[in-house]
Ligand binder design. Structure first.
Ligand SMILES: *Cc1c(COP(=O)(O)O)cnc(C)c1O
Length: 392
């Protein structure tokens, strides 16, 4: 079949040619004498992406879920009380992971379309005078609903009552796309993965840990072997790994970090915001709504578009794939069928972001949704024109 498949799901994302070229290489000896030269500078530059000077980055050959498991098992003990909130597929999976590790989970149920309930966190933490809560969890970007949360606000709530709990952040679909500040926001553990903002294939789980999180591992009694920070630190300090690292993916990560730093993180964030605004302009022009309830919850990496009553959002996804070779993303769990998602993160520019908008319009029109062809595209075009800047 001529032409290409257009992938607009919130991970895996399109892998740019530069990164594909960087990975089209021979296998290498991960114990060679010059391997540390590569890894140590990669670790150093990854710290810039997480915006940390004092923290430490781990690279596991796993998906983002493995990074979650590493963050939890290295810093907590069975029975530890943790404060969490669930408002979508991924934040709920994180709750499940903590429950399965026998943590004492206080999980606040939040309406899907909203994010971390910062005010409720503040009340609960202030009432916890004995500091029984050992960790506070926040999903910065809930990929299932297209909802972003206020991590700086969570830190503020913790500081207001001088609460010493560790702050865990799921940054799988936000780091390298949406502003994230490890040190400034006092985040203790941030997890991410390779196949979203980093524009790589799936296969690397990234964890950034603060000094406080690293110290917590001395007391933490959950079991860990594959995900042991201790083993990683011993080997990583010399530029090596305790077991075979995913060297090809790490060479790709090197190129990804180069691209992000060349563009400049603030420019990367601004570009994602602009692409997201274009998609949101289209949704408004269709006369439809996002699952995200209010602008404060808007995600700059993924938009979940609510389909009108009587129309199945996942049918739109199936139709677009079958007829137009366009991969939009299905809605999951509680909102399954009630929406479809457009991923707009990673390697993305103006012409690219018009593609899922045009394709979604065609699929929706085919399926009888009350959408005027060209309306979303025109709104996005107007927005992109009015905010365009010369490239050189
Ligand atoms: C994708 C994602 C995950 C899961 O990561 P995997 O790489 O699929 O294991 C977790 N949290 C969020 C917010 C995600 O978007």
């Amino acid at each position: 079949m001529p032409g290409r498949n257009f992938l607009f799901i919130p991970g895996p994302t399109t892998v740019p040619q530069r990164i594909r070229n960087a990975m089209a290489i021979e296998q290498e000896d991960m114990r060679s004498t010059d391997f540390p030269k590569f890894t140590l500078s990669l670790f150093a530059d990854l710290k810039k992406i997480f915006k940390t000077e004092t923290g430490r980055v781990f690279i596991f050959p796993s998906s983002g879920t493995g990074a979650w498991e590493a963050a939890v098992t290295n810093t907590l003990s069975p029975g530890d009380k943790v404060l969490m909130s669930g408002f979508g597929h991924f934040s709920n999976l994180w709750i499940d992971l903590c429950q399965r590790h026998a943590l004492d989970v206080q999980a606040l149920e939040v309406e899907w379309g909203k994010g971390v309930p910062v005010e409720k966190y503040a009340d609960i933490l202030a009432a916890d005078k004995k500091h029984e809560i050992k960790a506070v969890f926040a999903t910065q970007n809930e990929t299932a609903t297209g909802v972003a949360s206020d991590i700086a606000g969570v830190r503020k709530a913790m500081d207001a009552c001088k609460h010493p709990a560790l702050l865990f952040v799921d940054g799988v679909s936000s780091v390298a796309s949406i502003d994230f500040r490890m040190d400034e926001w006092g985040v203790d553990l941030c997890v991410s993965g390779s196949q979203k903002g980093f524009m790589l294939p799936t296969g690397l789980g990234l964890v950034c840990a603060s000094q406080k999180a690293l110290a917590a591992r001395k007391e933490a009694r959950l079991y860990r072997t594959f995900f042991s920070f201790d083993d990683m630190i011993t080997a990583n300090d010399n530029g090596f790994f305790p077991y075979t690292p995913a060297t090809i993916l790490m060479r790709g990560l090197r190129e990804s970090v180069n691209m992000l730093l060349e563009e400049g993180l603030e420019n990367v964030f601004a570009r994602h915001n602009r692409m997201a605004n274009a998609v949101r302009a289209a949704v408004e022009a269709w006369g439809m709504k996002t699952i995200a309830r209010e602008p404060r919850w808007y995600s700059d990496t993924v938009t979940a578009v609510a389909t009108p009553e009587g129309f199945d959002g996942n049918e739109v996804v199936r139709h677009a794939y079958k007829y137009y070779n366009l991969a939009l993303s299905v809605s999951l769990s509680k909102i399954a069928g009630k929406a479809f998602r457009i991923g707009h993160l990673g390697d993305l520019n103006e012409m690219m972001v018009l593609t899922p908008i045009a394709g979604a319009e065609m699929a929706m029109k085919d399926l009888g949704l009350p959408v005027k062809l060209g309306s979303g595209v025109a709104a996005a075009q107007e927005y992109l024109r009015s905010t365009a800047k010369p490239r050189f």
